[in-house]
Design a protein around this ligand. Structure first.
Ligand SMILES: Nc1ncnc2c1ncn2[C@@H]1O[C@H](COP(=O)(O)OP(=O)(O)OP(=O)(O)O)[C@@H](O)[C@H]1O
Length: 312
């Protein structure tokens, strides 16, 4: 070997390792966008199976959708998930789990953005302004981190039309003005369709069939049509549904008495309290259940469980 070539090679190698370790070091202290980092599917599976109660469909679909999307080096469009169900059934909770599995800081990450309709887009007369702001915000953030996650809560309270402003970003374009949106993830949360989901769950219950036998096909089509035709869904006559830009409609089933008890137990565990079955039963019995005759489903899901537990 020629001494000069060896010198150059060593110099280049040390510069490279120096750079890599500098980057690693930097990322230890500051949050780095690592869109290419593979998803730890078994960690996500474990999180969903251990923490999310009574939602076999959501668990299965979210796991499949995210693993497929993250394993694909060249997705043709961003991933869009639309989560539907009654209050307190776990939609925000799941979004938090998903966010944490994609970016370790979860909802606190600079790459995870939560919009709440009533907070961020409250006035009907400013729709045009919201559309502009939303487009600018998404463009800026996806340019900074391709794997950005955007969560839209309370979609059912969003004025129809606002969300259509992001339609171009969700479509199959390779790039728009030099930015590719294909690695981003959009999650919409909504109560719209909750009544349809409950009806299906109730039909199964009344027919003596198991909750776990409800399949996605029993609900997905009903849900997308129902949401499209519901003036108060945030997706009323939306181009997102029209153009098939929503990849998955994910139903959240209403929670039963046994699930509420599981939530109380989990909350006690999280607080480091001793598990007291008597208190668990008392908290669960304080919740109200519907329909009037059968009293099967909690009308607030697991919401308010935490505050009720404070009484004991
Ligand atoms: N299926 C569930 N499994 C475990 N915990 C749950 C579940 N559903 C709700 N919880 C608990 O109840 C809390 C409130 O639920 P969450 O905010 O996810 O409801 P939501 O479906 O988003 O309701 P809303 O439509 O009113 O926003 C969660 O933080 C979680 O602790």
């Amino acid at each position: 070997f020629e001494p000069i070539t060896v010198g150059i090679a060593i110099g280049a190698a040390s510069a490279l390792t120096g750079y890599l370790s500098y980057k690693d070091l930097y990322c230890r202290f500051a949050e780095c966008c690592r869109s290419e980092r593979p998803l730890n599917a078994s960690a996500l599976k474990q999180d969903l199976e251990e923490k999310l109660f009574g939602q076999h469909l959501a668990t299965e679909v979210i796991l499949k959708a995210l693993t497929g999307f993250k394993n694909n080096k060249n997705p043709k469009k961003p991933l869009t998930l639309s989560l539907h169900g009654w209050a307190g059934t776990g939609k925000n909770f799941v979004s938090q789990i998903v966010a944490e599995n994609l970016h370790p800081k979860g909802l606190k990450s600079n790459f995870v953005h939560l919009f709440v309709s009533t907070l961020h887009f409250p006035h009907e007369q400013h729709i045009k302004l919201y559309q502009d702001q939303l487009q600018r915000w998404i463009r800026g953030n996806v340019s900074a981190c391709a794997g950005s996650v955007f969560i839209f809560d309370e979609m059912d309270k969003l004025h129809p039309g606002v969300i259509d402003a992001i339609k171009p970003f969700l479509d199959y374009y390779e790039q728009i003005d030099g930015v590719s949106y294909r690695k981003a993830i959009f999650i919409f949360l909504s109560n719209a369709g909750g009544d349809l989901i409950t009806k299906t769950a109730l039909d199964f219950w009344r027919a003596g069939r198991k909750r776990e036998d409800i399949q996605l096909k029993d609900l997905e089509a009903v849900l997308s049509v129902g949401v499209f035709n519901n003036k108060h869904s945030g997706l009323w006559h939306s181009g997102l549904i029209d153009r098939n830009l929503i990849d998955y409609f994910i139903p959240f089933l209403p929670l039963e008495y046994r699930h509420v008890k599981m939530c109380v137990r989990a909350e006690m565990k999280a607080r480091g309290s001793a598990i007291d079955e008597d208190i668990i039963t008392r908290v669960a019995e304080e919740m109200t259940f519907f329909p009037k005759d059968e009293k099967i489903y909690s009308d607030k899901g697991c919401k308010t469980v935490q505050s009720r537990l404070d009484f004991y």
